[in-house]
Design a binder for this molecule. Structure first.
Ligand code: OAD
Length: 223
């Protein structure tokens, strides 16, 4: 299972690439979501992530998140690889979650990667271990996926029989490659999306519509 921001859209968390409502239609990712942006203007980047943190603290998981958690309870082998950094899957009860792009609620040192506690308001003091700047524990453009997350996702793909791709534009790599590699290995690929994506034409089943419409139905079939 791989999820993207479309799963959280109906909770009130904006997606990234949708025209008008997507975050990247309103904000420049080069100013907010790259290591260079952070090093040149840490306060701006920190404040933008503080806003996103607050936003996700004030919303609730929706019926798609809940359905995915129920599917995991009934199919304990399920791994949920999410590109979302909002923690809503875990709040809905999903346990085997691979946070492929990190989590906006955690902070870490930019230099030594140690996790650091920081209050949500002002930019935090430097890392107590090495003195490096402290940043949100998310993956930015141009950065590598954390080795542990990559390894867990690879393991899930290796054992996978069905891959469900939900609410992602399937454009950001390496996450987008999982569905493509699954197709090459004759794994059944099911897409749930309100729009057409580069994956739609190749998926074995392309379920057009919202995650909150399809996921409860899929959970019902599993039940
Ligand atoms: P995108 O904004 O690229 O894509 C969101 C997808 O969700 C689109 O294909 C929408 O059609 C679909 N969608 C919207 N609402 C939906 C709904 N209610 N039900 C089902 N589908 C819906 O977001 P992601 O694919 O998550 O990375 O983007 C991937 C990565 O790009 C993000 O993790 C982020 C971003 O830059 C980083 O920040 C590293």
């Amino acid at each position: 299972m791989i999820t993207g921001s479309g799963v959280s859209a109906e909770s009130g968390v904006p997606t990234f690439r949708e025209a008008q409502t997507g975050l990247w239609a309103q904000y420049d990712p080069l100013e907010l979501a790259t290591p260079e942006a952070f090093l040149s203007n840490p306060t701006l980047v920190w404040e933008w992530y503080a806003w996103r943190r607050e936003l996700v603290c004030n919303v609730r998981p929706n019926s798609a998140h809940t359905a995915l958690a129920e599917i995991e309870r009934r199919k304990p082998g399920l791994t949920l690889i999410t590109q979302n950094v909002d923690g809503l899957h875990q709040r809905a009860g999903s346990r085997n979650v691979v946070e492929f792009h990190g989590n906006v609620h955690r902070n870490r040192c930019h230099e030594c990667r140690a996790l650091v506690d920081a209050s949500p308001g002002a930019p935090p003091p430097p890392c107590p271990g090495c003195g490096g700047p402290v940043r949100p524990d998310v993956v930015w453009f141009g950065e590598a996926i954390a080795p542990q997350a990559l390894q867990a996702a690879e393991l899930a793909l290796a054992c996978c029989q069905v891959l469900l791709s939900v609410g992602t534009s399937a454009q950001v790599y390496p996450a987008a490659a999982f569905a493509q590699r699954a197709l090459q290995r004759d794994i059944t690929v099911v897409e749930v999306n309100t729009e057409t994506t580069p994956l739609t034409a190749h998926a074995d089943y392309a379920l057009k519509g919202s995650a909150t419409m399809w996921l409860p139905r899929i959970a019902e079939v599993v039940r």
